[in-house]
Each structure stands twice: as C-alpha cells, then as structure tokens.
Design a binder for this molecule. Structure first.
Ligand code: ATP
Ligand code: FE
Ligand code: MG
Length: 342
C-alpha cells in the first residue's frame, strides 16, 4: 500500500509518501519539510499563530511537491494519515483537516496518528516491523521510557517530571546566549570542552523508578553562570565549551543509565532511540558503546527521521494500513493526546 502522511503538530509542515508491505522495509518515496525554525528564531521559541498561518501557506505546495518527487498521482494513494496530537491545537487542525479532505475526495481511509507514536516507531522504518523493545523518546517536549511489546502495545515506564531533555538543551542554550534551537548549538560548543570541568547534578539517579528531572540541572547551570559573571550574566568565552560539555554529559548520563536499567527491568534485549535529542552524536556514541557492553541491540532513527517529519507519521500509518485500522473522518485532534493509558 501507498500512504500519504501530513505532520503539522508544531513548527514544521511536512508531507511524506511511503510505500510498504508487511514485514518489508518501508520505502520513503518523498519526505518534504517546510521548516519554520528561522521564522520563530527571532522570538526565541514557537509562536502558535505564526505556526498555523504558515502551515496553511505551505501545505498544498508540499503535497504537490511530494507527489511530483515520488511520481505518484493522488488517485494511487491508499490511505491518508495525519498527526492528531499531541501538539498545538491550531497547528494540528491544519494538517489533520487537510488529510481528511484529501481522504474524503479520494474516497480512501483516513488514519489519525499520535505524534509520539511517530517518533517511537521511527527507528524501525528500515526494518519495516517493530520488534519488542525498550524505547527512549527524547524530543523537544518529551522524555519518555516505554516498554514496547509491539505496534500499539506500549507501557510507560517513566517520563520527565519537569523539563524535557530537548527543552533543557534549549533553555540552557538561551542562558548561554546561543540561538534556538539550542541542542545542535550546545553539541557544537561541547566538542572542544571538558565534560568533567563542572560537576553538574545527575537528578533522580538514586530514586526508584524511571522518571526524569532536568530543571535542577538547568538551575545548576544558571547558578554557575551568575557566579562567574555577576554583573552581566555573560559567559566567558573560555568557559563556554566546558559548560556545554559538562551539561551535555550530565543529561546523557541520566538518559543512558535509566534506559539501561529500564531495559533490564523489562527484560528487553533491544533498545531504540528517537526524537531530536537522539541526533546528538556524543549521546549516540555513548549509547552504542554501552549497548555493545551490555549485549543489547540498539536501533536509532536515521538523522532525517529524528526531528519532526512526516515520514515517521507515514510509517505509523503504513503499519495501521496493514491492520486495516482506520479512523473516522470526524475523529478529533487532541493537543494533549496521551500515547498510552498505562
Ligand atoms: P515533541 O515531539 O516532544 O513535541 P519536538 O518534535 O519539537 O517535540 P523534536 O523535533 O523531536 O522535538 O526535537 C527538537 C529538540 O531536539 C530540540 O529541543 C532541540 O534542541 C533538540 N536537538 C536537536 N538536535 C540536537 C542535538 N544535536 N543535541 C541535543 N539536542 C538536540
Ligand atoms: Fe516531535
Ligand atoms: Mg520541532
């Protein structure tokens, strides 16, 4: 089957076309993104009104672009998938309504996809199926550990009590005067820094369970900064790489140790990493090394599938298409859509 997928949960408008058969690697025929990062950068974050206006401007050209890149006609598409939550209501509405309209016009089924399920399944596009595994989603808005028995069978083991990992990267970057989004900037600055230069806290490491907390770490960085430069709060240029490397390592330590413990707890031999923070090469390297030592298979999403994209929504849509599990045309968007009730 052939799936057209639309993602518009936040500040990226994206359209993808995927083709696949059960148990076979999925083919991404097109994956188009109109990024709004530059547009929102001047505000230091995402402005909802600006985001939804730009989704409606970009969506139709992106659909046409995806079809022409893939050499596919609208009439050939079997199902139409769109993100229905979580995300910004006014942004979700644009993509979901467009996908429903296309589905209605083509007389084909519509499939509502949870954005987090898109991230969750993104490491398995090349494999084409989802083995039992322990999943860590580390994105701009979420830090989630899930025990995955198979597609649609998710049990939450832990999540953040305050900031998401990506959010912590973004907030610390802002404190350091680095542009939004902060993750890639911190990674760049950290490359020449000493990760042991500052002894930042590893929160919730002693507590039982698999929850995270990153706000204490953020505050620790802030105190270090104001200690150093009481007058301006500006970082001395020599400190920046060390600060970034030490902060980054504190985040990675917690993510890695909790993920390994959760895999052991759930009895899983496979670990999967997804979401924008999983682009971080130091994090990837340390997960690879640890999984090798612990005899765990590691699956990571390919770089184009880590931050928001429609291919991951298309893959989730493809798996649902295999099972003939469709959504009614009046199914709602939900800004707070949970991934599991567990
Ligand atoms: P959610 O899916 O939870 O709603 P989101 O989709 O906005 O959030 P993503 O697009 O998956 O999140 O990821 C964006 C986040 O990833 C940002 O916080 C960004 O700073 C972070 N990020 C991107 N690249 C890196 C990197 N190299 N190192 C660390 N963090 C990174
Ligand atoms: Fe996302
Ligand atoms: Mg994003």
């Amino acid at each position: 089957p052939l799936v057209l997928a639309i993602e518009s949960s936040c500040d990226e408008t994206a359209v993808a076309l995927l083709q696949g058969e059960p148990g076979q690697p999925a083919h991404i025929l097109a994956s188009e993104i109109a990024s709004q990062i530059e547009l929102h950068r001047v505000y230091g974050g995402v402005v909802p009104e600006l985001a939804s206006r730009n989704h409606s401007l970009h969506l139709r050209p992106l659909v046409e672009q995806a079809l022409s890149h893939a050499g596919v006609r609208l009439a050939e598409i079997d199902t139409f998938a769109a993100t229905s939550g979580p995300g910004l209501a006014s942004s979700l509405l644009i993509g979901a309504t467009a996908a429903k309209a296309l589905a209605a016009a083509a007389r084909r089924p519509f499939i509502a996809i949870n954005h987090l399920e898109g991230h969750l399944l993104s490491p398995f596009v090349e494999l084409g199926h989802v083995p039992p595994h322990l999943a860590l989603i580390v994105s701009g808005g979420h830090t989630l550990l899930l025990d995955v028995a198979g597609p649609g069978r998710y049990q939450k083991l832990g999540s953040t009590r305050d900031d998401a990992a990506g959010e912590a990267f973004d907030k610390v970057a802002k404190m350091l005067g680095l542009p939004y989004p902060g993750g890639p900037e911190i990674e760049k600055a950290a490359a020449t820094g000493n990760p042991a230069a500052f002894d930042f806290p590893r929160s919730m490491m002693k507590e039982p369970g698999f929850d995270f907390s990153f706000s204490g770490l953020k505050t620790a960085v802030l105190y270090t900064l104001t200690d150093r430069q009481p007058a301006t709060g500006q970082v001395q240029i020599g400190d920046l790489p060390d600060l970034c490397a030490s902060f980054q390592q504190a985040v990675i330590d917690v993510l890695l140790r909790k993920s390994l413990a959760a895999a052991r707890h759930a009895g899983r031999q496979t670990l999967a990493l997804s979401g924008g923070v999983s682009l971080n090469r130091t994090l990837r390297g340390q997960f690879e090394q640890a999984c090798l030592q612990e005899d765990l298979a590691l699956h990571t999403a390919s770089p184009g599938l880590c931050t928001d994209n429609a291919a991951m929504i298309g893959f989730a849509g493809l798996l649902r298409t295999f099972e003939n599990r469709f959504s009614p045309l009046d199914s709602p968007i939900d800004p707070n859509l949970p991934l599991t009730l567990a």
